[in-house]
Design a protein around this ligand. Structure first.
Ligand SMILES: Cc1ncc(C[n+]2csc(CCOP(=O)(O)OP(=O)(O)O)c2C)c(N)n1
Length: 321
């Protein structure tokens, strides 16, 4: 029982089981605030982030749990953030949408659609100016491509040749708005290529296809020092957020995409190739479920911020050293 695909399967399952538990905890009102699940899209984070090295940076959106876990952030610290506890990755002050870890060069989830793109270009500019050969991966939804920030960011990255990998997670809907209702050009790689940026698309439900495409993309950013755009065609199986009644999509469409579940595709391939048995996959599920259980226990035992510290970090003298 070895191999890259098996490790990727485990990583995708960690994200899936973590988020399924988050949904339960949210319904039980133990997690509050906004929560956007990544279920169905796991192959994108796992496939792309697997190509980064420790020195590389990344920026993402409010749909950020999968990216944080795939980047190696501790599950208990991520769960504690969901619970708003001090032991959370953002000291309980960010919640689901604002996971952050300077140690992992994970410069945040971001509640603003398109908000991460200029940050990624800034990180790329800093590396460029200081002669560091690092890549910044910037994840965003296709909805961000209708925002001015996308155009300004990709234009500058191309003009100044900055080492940014733009990763568009095209799940076809921006909240309740289908891609074709908001974009005159629905071929997103073509749109990015208009900025003279090498751009291509991949099957975002197949972790091996994502890995292959991302490997090529990261290598090109590293070799050329300039930007690359990668579109991962994917689908979210759940509603936009825990508040969304999900009335804008055909149930048949959701069911069709569910037949392309990234976990199912990976599991079938592992079994077909003899790289794992059903028992191996069950064992992985048990281990992952234990890890999720432990993360919930740690979050529940974690402390709340002292009320006296309410204004801490609001003024600059409160910035942690
Ligand atoms: C600047 C801005 N405009 C609008 C919103 C409200 N909003 C939150 S999520 C979202 C949809 C974004 O869709 P997409 O970028 O495709 O990402 P997905 O949620 O599908 O992952 C919108 C419009 C926002 N958060 N920020």
């Amino acid at each position: 029982m070895t191999g890259a695909l098996l490790a990727q399967y485990r990583e995708m399952l960690r994200i899936r089981r973590f988020e399924e538990r988050c949904a339960e905890l949210y319904s039980a009102e133990r997690i509050r605030g906004f929560v956007h699940l990544y279920i169905g899209e796991e192959a994108v984070a796992v496939g792309v982030i697997g190509q980064l090295v420790q020195d590389d940076a990344m920026v993402t959106t409010y749909r950020d749990h999968g990216h944080a876990l795939a980047r190696g952030m501790d599950m208990a610290a991520v769960m504690s953030e969901m619970f708003g506890r001090v032991e959370g990755v953002s000291r309980g002050r960010g919640g689901s949408m604002h996971l952050f870890s300077a140690e992992h060069r994970f410069y945040g989830g971001n509640g603003i659609v398109g908000g991460g793109l200029p940050l990624a270009v800034g990180l790329g500019l800093a590396d460029h100016l200081q002669g560091r050969e690092r890549v910044t991966a910037c994840f965003f939804g296709e909805g961000a491509m209708a925002e001015g920030e996308f155009h300004e960011s990709i234009n500058l990255a191309a003009l100044w040749q900055l080492p940014v990998l733009f990763v568009c997670e095209n799940n076809l809907y921006a909240m309740g708005t289908a891609l074709a209702r908001s974009e005159s050009e629905t071929d997103l790689a073509l749109k990015a290529a208009a900025y003279e940026v090498p751009a291509w698309s991949c099957d975002g439900m197949d972790v091996e296809a994502v890995s292959h495409a991302a490997q090529r993309a990261v290598a090109l950013v590293r070799d050329s020092g300039g930007p690359v755009f990668l579109e991962a065609r994917t689908y979210r199986f759940r509603a936009h957020s825990m508040y969304d009644p999900d009335r804008y999509r055909d149930k048949a469409e959701i069911e069709l995409w569910r037949t392309r579940d990234p976990l199912r595709i990976a599991a079938d391939r592992l079994l077909d190739r003899g790289e794992a048995t059903d028992e191996d996959l069950r064992d992985i599920d048990t281990e992952v479920t234990e890890e999720v259980d432990a993360s919930v226990a740690a979050a529940e035992a974690a402390a709340w911020e002292d009320v006296d510290h309410l204004t801490r970090f609001v003024m600059s003298e409160g910035v942690p050293t």
